[in-house]
Design a protein around this ligand. Structure first.
Ligand code: CU
Length: 212
């Protein structure tokens, strides 16, 4: 709930983020969201912008793993994702065979949330072959943080510690951020994959990941 409060959900005008950590984005137009800097939209962004579930697209998503989340006073030293380092090497040394890129999207006025502008009921499962090693790339096009939880499989955050990636259940993605993690599909099943803000999950930010 902290995010909701800090971001001033109710009545917040699109195009401005009062609680945002602008210091993390050098060279950006600090008065606006990354996606609203007036740049020419990529074909991918144009396609997303055409969907009712998308009210913003981050044109220049940046990794901010070394930054605190929203709402921390400036100058406060806090642990960040960049500080996490596994105590031992990961169990699967294989590089990923493919990338699965997903945009975290929303429409604040309609309160719709989803992946790639689609809510759960409109989307197909993400299918992984059993034993496959893949990279998930998440791009947060929205103005809220989304803690994304993949059930059943580990999410190994790529945070600059080479083979000592932290193994996580849930990975938080900040507004305008792009990050990635590796997954070994070593457990068969239909697995839930969703935002852990349950009011986002219930409004569509949910997918099935199917390992077969
Ligand atoms: Cu969310």
């Amino acid at each position: 709930m902290r995010t909701m409060t800090d971001m001033g959900m109710g009545g917040m005008p699109h195009g401005s983020i009062s609680g945002m950590d602008h210091g993390a984005m050098p060279g950006m137009d600090h008065g606006s969201m990354p996606g609203m800097s007036g740049m020419e939209a990529t074909p991918e962004a144009k396609e997303l912008q055409g969907r009712v579930g998308v009210d913003n697209v981050a044109e220049m998503p940046v990794e901010r793993l070394n930054r605190a989340g929203e709402g921390f006073p400036a100058g406060r030293r806090v642990l960040t994702y960049a500080d996490l380092r596994a105590a031992r090497r990961g169990g699967d040394p294989r590089p990923p065979s493919r990338d699965i890129t997903l945009h975290l999207t929303g429409n604040m006025e309609r309160f719709i949330w989803g992946f790639d502008g689609k809510k759960f009921s409109e989307a197909q499962p993400i299918v992984l072959q059993r034993g496959e090693r893949v990279r998930f790339v998440l791009i947060n096009d929205s103005m809220m943080e989304h803690p994304i939880h993949l059930h059943g499989l580990w999410s190994e955050l790529e945070n600059g510690h080479a083979d000592y990636r932290p193994y996580k259940h849930t990975i938080n993605v900040k507004p305008g951020e792009k990050l990635s993690y590796l997954v070994t599909a070593d457990e068969p099943g239909p697995w839930a994959y969703h935002c852990h803000l349950l009011y986002h999950m219930e409004m569509g930010m949910f997918r099935e990941v199917r390992v077969s």
